[in-house]
Design a protein around this ligand. Structure first.
Ligand code: FHN
Length: 579
């Protein structure tokens, strides 16, 4: 996984026959992503496959694509060798439904492999297990008039293996990743996934295989559910995990608009500012960013995509060291942006702070960045991309404060490089009791994993649609004791009745958790405060963890805050392990 972790940033390419209709069929716009038009338009495969006779991307230039990717700072390319429609972008001996059967008659993947080899970019292949046109794939689309009795799924798997062998050993260079997809249908099983991974490894043990070869993926969150699954890394799609996942390799794949394959009507482009910050956010959590382009039927990458990639490349030109070869932030959270880190020779560490919010002027008119909780001695600080400015680092009670110039070198994300002695020693932020001893755990301070997110609308945790959604806070107490738990929450009419637990860890002997029931309110933001019982907390640092027990409606609840108020029976509970 070494090159994968170093690369951090890749280009996803979704290209095939679906680029020709571009989301329109028989004059009507077809809902859904461009590459799903056969499905979205309920098109008879026999009416779709003739698109092969129209595929003639005369402006395709593999070297231009590689130049665009390199200029963006992308270090690998994952291209659809075959998407769900079954059309093959290379000269396959297994089928005539390939690029050699088109007016274009050129092996696109071979040209791209040559250009990648020349340009020093790793070439990887996305390969769909699901195949809507192959005569032996099952299940067929419901509207497909062909008789499924004629299909032989084992024969389909054999064909897929033959095509993978063509791609791995057929002169397309050293394949970096096999990016499987379309593993979700019932005909694809865990056993077949294990077998396919073993087959690939048997040809080239160095190929990285994503987790979609098997059945372990937890939906669009992309990471594996518990269990032994094949695949080297997780694949969150169109989302970034709320927190880093120590010990897990993962890669977020994302479109720049809403479609993977070209769709003429999709102009909902993310800004380059959002994409740069997504890159920083993903790297700060130890992940890779696979950013997609959907080339047009003429072979050009859409200008709107090229424009964004150029902007990202300009940023990477100056700040790429803060992304490539870095690992996840040692900080639970930072108020001003993100952080990545790199080990330096001799045991020191280089921290890269991505500053999204430039500090406002302090009383003396200067600007300082306070890095909360950093205990390690700072030996040097340097602002990337800035004209000569000597950053001064000063130790404070709250961590380190580092002087900065009035103007940020980059309005989107300025990078401050800070060298420290040894490995990072951080006193992580934790909620402390207020004057009356209460602990208020607000939605904005929660550390989130799974399907739950912070919503600006009512400053709440929401979209809590799955039992894997967990919110946690860290609290620090001088003495332990018992606390009354009040939750400020809401659920729309008909959405009440869900159950959740509030637990502390480490768990004291008595009362480590309490259960709550979500009330039905007038709306998702019509909050009520509910006393859900008592919990005991130990002295020292504890985690307060809120997780669903049963979700009665479409979502657990909207949660504004949890408040822990000392009860009269507060008893001083010594910290764990103390005498
Ligand atoms: O159905 C595909 C979709 O077309 C696209 O290829 C994405 C990219 O990861 N994967 C599947 C949807 O999850």
């Amino acid at each position: 996984m070494g090159w994968f972790r170093d690369a951090r940033f890749g280009m996803f390419i979704h290209w095939g026959l679906y680029a020709i209709p571009g989301g329109v069929w028989n004059g009507a716009s077809v809902p859904g992503a461009g590459e799903w038009i056969l499905d979205g338009g309920k098109i008879d495969p026999a009416a779709y496959t003739p698109l092969q006779g129209q595929f003639n991307p005369v402006e395709f230039d593999a070297e231009e694509w590689v130049r665009i990717a390199k200029a963006a700072g992308q270090r690998y390319i994952v291209i659809t060798s075959k998407h769900h429609d079954g059309f093959c972008l290379w000269d396959s001996r297994v089928t005539t439904f390939d690029v050699m059967g088109t007016p274009f008659k050129r092996d696109i993947l071979r040209e791209l492999a040559t250009a990648c080899e020349k340009g020093g970019i790793r070439l990887c292949f996305y390969h769909s297990i699901m195949d809507w046109t192959h005569p032996d794939y099952l299940p067929r689309r419901a509207w497909d008039p062909r008789d499924p009795e004629d299909a032989d799924f084992d024969r389909y798997v054999g064909d897929m293996k033959s095509q993978l062998r063509e791609l791995i050993s057929g002169g397309y260079g050293r394949v970096g990743i096999l990016w499987f997809d379309g593993e979700w249908e019932k005909t694809w099983t865990h056993e077949l996934g294990l077998d396919l991974a073993k087959f690939v490894r048997g040809i080239d043990p160095s190929i990285i295989i994503n987790n979609r070869v098997d059945k372990g993926r937890s939906g669009m969150a992309g990471l594996d559910t518990d269990g032994e699954w094949a695949g080297d890394y997780g694949t969150p799609e169109q989302e970034v995990p709320s927190m880093g996942i120590p010990g897990t390799d993962w890669e977020t794949c994302m479109t720049m608009n809403d479609t993977w394959g070209w769709k003429t009507s999709d102009t909902n482009w993310k800004s380059s500012e959002v994409l740069v910050r997504d890159l920083c956010d993903i790297a700060s959590k130890g992940g890779n960013f696979l950013l997609n382009v959907g080339p047009q039927p003429d072979g050009n990458i859409p200008p709107a995509s090229v424009e964004r990639l150029r902007a990202i490349g300009d940023w990477m030109e100056v700040n790429g060291d803060s992304i490539y070869g870095t690992s996840a932030s040692p900080f639970r959270r930072l108020p001003f942006g993100r952080c990545t880190q790199k080990a330096l020779p001799g045991g020191a560490t280089r921290l890269y702070f991505h500053i999204f919010d430039w500090p406002v002027a302090n009383a003396s008119g200067g600007r300082t960045l306070v890095v909360p909780g950093l205990e390690s001695p700072v030996t040097a600080a340097r602002l990337l991309g800035a004209t000569a400015f000597a950053c001064e680092a000063t130790r404070t009670d709250d961590g380190w404060s580092i002087s900065l110039p009035e103007t940020a070198p980059d309005a989107v994300a300025s990078v401050l490089e800070v060298d420290i002695e040894g490995v990072p020693d951080i006193e992580q932020p934790a909620t402390m009791p207020s004057a009356n001893g209460a602990l208020t755990l607000g939605a904005a301070d929660a550390l989130l994993t799974g399907h739950v997110r912070f919503e600006d609308r009512c400053e709440n945790l929401g979209f809590w649609v799955s039992a894997d959604g967990v919110a946690r806070w860290f609290v620090r107490l001088a003495v332990g004791g018992r606390y009354r738990v009040i939750a400020r929450m809401a659920a729309a009419p008909g959405e009440g009745g869900s159950h959740f637990t509030v637990a502390s860890a480490p768990s004291p002997a008595s009362q480590p958790s309490v259960n709550g029931i979500v009330p039905e309110c007038k709306a998702w933001c019509d909050f009520v405060e509910v006393d859900i019982g008592e919990i005991e907390l130990l002295a020292g640092e504890s985690e307060i963890i809120v997780r669903p027990h049963t979700i009665a409606g479409s979502a657990l609840m909207n949660l504004a805050w949890i408040r822990l108020t000392p009860t009269d029976s507060a008893a001083s509970t010594p910290p764990p392990g103390s005498k």
